[in-house]
Design a binder for this molecule. Structure first.
Ligand SMILES: [Fe+2]
Ligand SMILES: [Fe+2]
Length: 307
């Protein structure tokens, strides 16, 4: 596994390849650089082998290959990070074990499924409850249990979207109870559904690539489309749907962060802050105990004291 690599080690393993740059170095020879990934993490790579660089040129999505190379130190990295000098890549054989390539969430799935049903049952409005029951079933539900919530920034592991949606609901309900004077049905539905469009935005395939629809439409709009079509079938009253739609569309908080409208209701603010807080707290999963760890999403060093 990548997290166990040490300097000087020879690597021969199935890893996910993500290309960052292919170019010509100062000596006129081609090079490729990018990232290698497995469930334990990622490491940079560099490759100067012409035949291999030409093969890497053809890669569009992150794809698994058998990588042969050596672990050394990236001298250009301020933190003296490890990197792999890749000598050769070869196609996977059907017998190659690739189960270690997709990261998996470390939460109790059965417990979270019980929580999902508990939250849905807490919804008092029959039409809102039916909306949730209709969305969280069949193929969409199976996919909801499996998809990541992000490609790389937060909850980027199998089950990440499911865990994130439940944790946002927990936080929003707790904040709603503390604040008072809020519509709990809207908080629950808004939290559970806020990122449902990620099912169509991000694929659960290797490297969690964006789908074409994801790139062209984005998860906020896809969420609105999915919820709108389900609500129409149920003839949900227009003012209820508007309130729910407002939470979904404003959950990123600001127009600069991709939301078409800004939070204007108590419920929208609560879901937005619950979403943001959960995404930030998730960053500590990759921080090492009692060590400063640089975090890309937050662009700062984090310290988890492991209390
Ligand atoms: Fe989102
Ligand atoms: Fe979210």
């Amino acid at each position: 596994m990548i997290s166990e690599f040490t300097v000087g080690q020879k690597v021969h393993a199935a890893l996910l390849v993500r290309i960052q740059k292919i170019g010509i170095s100062s000596n006129g020879k081609p090079f490729a650089r990018g990232l290698l990934e497995d469930a334990s993490g990622q490491v940079g790579f560099i490759c100067f082998d012409e035949e291999t660089v030409n093969k890497l040129r053809l890669i569009e999505q992150p794809v698994p290959y058998v990588i042969a190379g050596t672990v050394d130190v990236n001298k250009f990295s301020a933190e003296m990070k490890l990197q792999i000098t890749v000598q050769k890549i070869s196609d996977l054989m059907s017998e190659d074990d690739i189960s270690h390539l997709l990261p998996v969430g470390d939460f109790n799935k059965a417990e979270y499924e019980t929580l999902l049903r508990k939250f849905i049952n807490m919804v008092k409005s029959p039409v809102m409850r039916t909306l949730l029951e209709n969305i969280f079933q069949g193929q969409i539900y199976d996919q909801f249990l499996k998809n990541p919530a992000g490609m790389r920034l937060h909850h980027a592991y199998l089950g990440g979207l499911f865990q994130h949606s439940i944790d946002v609901t927990k936080l929003a309900v707790a904040m709603g109870e503390q604040i008072g004077g809020v519509d709990k049905d809207l908080l629950i539905a808004g939290s559970l559904l806020h990122d449902i469009g990620k099912l169509r935005e991000i694929s659960a395939d290797f490297g969690f690539p964006y789908t074409t629809e994801g790139r062209l439409v984005g998860h906020i709009a896809i969420t609105a489309i999915m919820v709108q079509s389900c609500a129409e079938k149920l003839k949900m009253p227009a003012n209820t749907l508007e309130q729910l739609m407002h939470i979904l569309l404003s959950h990123h908080g600001d127009v600069e962060k991709g939301s078409p409208v800004e939070c204007e209701t108590k419920e929208a603010f609560i879901v937005h802050y619950a979403d943001e807080l959960d995404s930030v707290m998730n960053q500590f999963k990759t921080a090492k105990n009692d060590t400063w760890t640089y975090n890309k999403m937050l662009q700062r060093y984090l310290l988890d004291r492991g209390v």
